[in-house]
Design a binder for this molecule. Structure first.
Ligand SMILES: Nc1nc2c(c(=O)[nH]1)N[C@H]1C(S)=C(S)[C@@H](COP(=O)(O)OP(=O)(O)OC[C@H]3O[C@@H](n4cnc5c(N)ncnc54)[C@H](O)[C@@H]3O)O[C@H]1N2
Ligand code: MOO
Length: 411
């Protein structure tokens, strides 16, 4: 078992683990923010015909070569075409058809002049200047050509992709499923949120924080409630959850105390421990195991430690399981707004609020940093990483921060 490893090694071990991603078929509008699991090839041209981008008149360009402001050319109007309809008339020399935006260009026409630049009656239209052939004609297939791979497998489906799929007539598509994530709180001190607080007890907040994090990054959280610090009971719950969950996250019992039974419980399920303890604060005692293709994350019971280790290790795994392999936390250069006096003996992630002003990022740190303190994580959108031995930092220092609410697309 690997113990007390670096953050980089922990990430590499996780990234190297084989994963199975489920593919499901889903209806178009439900597919928002899923990752496409098939190449989408077009079997049609879009637009499917040459069309007019303007409300105007379609005619033969050659008829108007000598048209000028002082000596306009008059054409006979032989038909009107609304968008969605076609004309069965062919334009010959000296003729024009009144045409609306989006309508199919009639046979014989090679140019469209917008209304505002003409003078017209029901029967005639006057053209005052010459437009080259093909002016104001949107070509068939300008948007999408038949046979093109329009959307490649692996991209995230956003509103534009949904529109493209709609234009191709796809009501259902194949996507990578969202992982089901079981969340278990462990600890004799815990009661659920609607229970009375007796002496020595605290409410289980971790399961809810983590369920929200899972939801935010696209997993499907399932709360398993609370387990006492009891290895048999914990193992039983884990085993039954492994039947359906893709990921299990526990909090508490990950350290070295008498009741810290999570590592053993992971092993009892038949899981292989990938590593235990990472050189970072908060959240050192994280334990990660793999059972078949499922991941088990044993996070610290300390609320901020659980939150931060989730962002570092669980989030990338959830994103991978959703097929979002190219996405990373966004990291920016920022200017520190207050002093940070500590010299860090360990790698440390400091919760922070980062904002942008006049093109520069600025970062404020809260007063409370303890891994048992959840309240100072409120409204924090970033983490300031301080490598072991670094610090103190003072106001105005240039630092790097991870923006934990933003992802950027890599290569
Ligand atoms: N002798 C040592 N003791 C500790 C060490 C160590 O190295 N040697 N490491 C400390 C560090 S660092 C951490 S982090 C914690 C992690 O401990 P556990 O993961 O075993 O977590 P617990 O002891 O079960 O709980 C820690 C803390 O969090 C509260 N908690 C637990 N679950 C919840 C929940 N669902 N919602 C809200 N709060 C929760 C719990 O009551 C404790 O106060 O170990 C240190 N000890
Ligand atoms: O590693 Mo712990 O989360 O700092 O208290």
């Amino acid at each position: 078992m690997l113990i007390n490893i670096s953050i980089e090694d922990a990430n590499r071990i996780l990234a190297d683990e084989h994963i199975d991603i489920n593919i499901i078929e889903i209806s178009l509008l439900d597919s928002l923010d899923y990752v496409l699991a098939e190449d989408i090839k077009s079997n049609i041209n879009i637009p499917p015909f040459n069309r007019s981008p303007l409300d105007g008149y379609a005619y033969r360009s050659e008829d108007t070569i000598y048209a000028t402001e002082d000596s306009p050319i008059t054409l006979e109007v032989i038909d009107v075409i609304q968008a969605g309809y076609v004309s069965n008339k062919k334009i010959n020399n000296g003729q024009a058809i009144r045409i609306m935006t989006g309508a199919k260009i009639p046979e014989g026409a090679d140019v469209v002049m917008k209304y505002e630049d003409t003078k017209f009656t029901d029967k005639e239209v006057k053209i005052f200047n010459y437009l080259k052939p093909q002016s104001n004609i949107v070509k068939m297939g300008e948007d999408i050509k038949s046979g093109d791979i329009v959307l490649p497998k692996g991209i995230v489906i956003g509103p534009a992709e949904i529109g493209i799929l709609a234009s191709l007539g796809r009501s259902h598509i194949k996507v990578y499923d969202r992982p089901k994530v079981a969340i278990l709180a462990t600890g004799d001190e815990l009661v659920d949120i609607d229970e009375e607080l007796k002496e020595g007890k605290i409410r289980n907040s971790n399961s809810y924080t983590i369920a929200a994090q899972v939801k935010r990054w696209g997993g499907e959280p399932v709360l398993l409630g609370i387990c006492k610090d009891n290895i048999e009971e914990t193992t039983r719950v884990l085993k039954s959850s492994l039947k359906w969950a893709d990921v299990i996250i526990t909090t508490g019992g990950a350290s070295v105390g008498d009741a810290d039974i999570i590592k053993e419980a992971f092993q009892e399920t038949g899981g292989k421990i990938l590593f235990w303890k990472v050189k970072m604060k908060p959240g050192t005692p994280i334990v990660v195991a793999k059972y078949e293709n499922k991941f088990l994350f044993g996070l610290s019971g300390n609320p901020a430690a659980a939150y931060i280790t989730f962002e570092q290790f669980v989030r990338p795994t959830i994103l991978r399981l959703r097929g979002k392999t190219k996405y990373n936390l966004m990291e920016v250069d920022s200017l520190l707004e207050n002093n940070s006096n500590k010299i860090s003996s360990q790698n440390r992630y400091i919760r922070a609020f980062t904002y942008k002003k006049d093109g520069k990022y600025y970062t404020k740190l809260p007063n409370k940093h303890s891994s048992g303190v959840l309240s100072s994580l409120s409204e924090k959108n970033s983490l300031f990483f301080v490598a072991s031995g670094m610090g103190p930092y003072k106001k105005g220092d240039k630092i790097k921060v991870q923006l934990i609410n933003y992802l950027e697309v890599g290569e």
